[in-house]
Design a protein around this ligand. Sequence first.
Ligand SMILES: C[S@@+](CC[C@H](N)C(=O)[O-])C[C@H]1O[C@@H](n2cnc3c(N)ncnc32)[C@H](O)[C@@H]1O
Length: 271
Amino acid sequence: MQTAQSMLQMCGLPRLEARMLLEYVLNKPREWLLAHDTEPLSPECAAQFLTLAAQRRQGIPMAHLMGWREFMGHRFAVTPAVLIPRPETELLVESVLDLLTNRNDPAVLDLGTGSGVVAISVALARPDVRVTATELSVEALTVAQRNAQSLGARVQWWQGSWFEALPPEGRFDVIVSNPPYIALGDAHLVQGDLRFEPVHALTDGADGLTALAQIVAGAGARLLSGGHLWLEHGYDQAETVTGMLKQAGFTFVHTRPDLAGVPRVTGGKWE
Ligand SMILES: C[S@@+](CC[C@H](N)C(=O)[O-])C[C@H]1O[C@@H](n2cnc3c(N)ncnc32)[C@H](O)[C@@H]1O
């Protein structure tokens, strides 16, 4: 007889991951599992759990096995077509929301929206904001649109490359992006979850700085006077991104660290 307790012990996964997969299979919250962990599992549930545990041991990301990831308190659908949302990207959303305090009828643009986490989180936190998002990948854009629909967020979507995706007249109070910033050949690309994520979401295929540079170069023409650009970047790219922003004419350029103390997002003001 298989019980939740015996499954958690014998599956060969870290306890937290095993528990999350079992909760997913049983479709029950943690409290239920704690109270019923010595009861027999149905053969179907046991088999499904063992299949998922085997896939996880092969490295398939938890977000792909479960089909979702939480971000800013919302549950976003995740498929192999999109970057798995990272907790550090919440700092980007918080930076945008801070800038929108006391602004009336503001417009925000999210470039390279992926699963839509940034655009949708802003739209849900501030339903008065006009949120626009662009994405090169048609498959990713479909995931983002589905997420917006299921979470009840209003976002205008455009498919295409960075600013080229937009109609010519659009101007914004805040532009935000978490672009692909890992250099081609970086060892992280062949480790952990990254092996299963779309390569175009992770790397620019060059030194990791070309997408950041393209966005900085194009932002001025799309920002309203007094508007801001905020970018997520790699742990060692803050100085370079700061230089790019200053050279392009941005003022009040500064970097914010993530919860681990890593310089993670840098932004500036367009006069
Ligand atoms: C690092 S992922 C970020 C996804 C999402 N914003 C997030 O934070 O989870 C970068 C995204 O940029 C998209 N992308 C790559 N090149 C692009 C381009 N030239 N124009 C628009 N989007 C692009 C990728 O498809 C991917 O979805």
